[in-house]
Design a protein. Structure first.
Length: 106
């Protein structure tokens, strides 16, 4: 994972082409980059993000931002009730409880 100006890049390696290639994740717009070394890859990532921001500015558009911190989750009502009960018994909001549980995954 790469980070630059609030944007996150996901990188893969193409063994046949012997090149790293990546894409900024969490956007509807597509921002890609590639490089043969880590240094080239980092530079290409930063240039791609800067190009995207400049392109948005030229068009008078607000750049899309990745990962607002909000997402909708559909779960069975029984699980919702169980999570809400556990959060309440721990003195936490449902949001804080679920965020704590998700952090434990990392």
């Amino acid at each position: 994972m790469m980070k630059y100006k609030g944007y996150i890049g996901h990188v893969e390696y193409d063994d046949e082409a012997k090149i790293f290639h990546g894409e900024v994740v969490g956007l509807r717009d597509i921002i890609t980059f590639q490089g043969k070394s880590v240094k080239e890859l980092e530079q290409a990532f930063q240039e791609s993000v800067n190009d995207y921001l400049a392109w948005c500015k030229e068009r008078g558009e607000k750049p899309e931002r990745t990962f607002s911190g909000t997402f909708n989750l559909r779960i069975p009502p029984e699980l919702h009730a169980k999570l809400a009960f556990q959060a309440k018994t721990m003195g936490l909001s449902l949001n804080a409880y679920v965020a704590e549980k998700l952090r434990a995954i990392d």
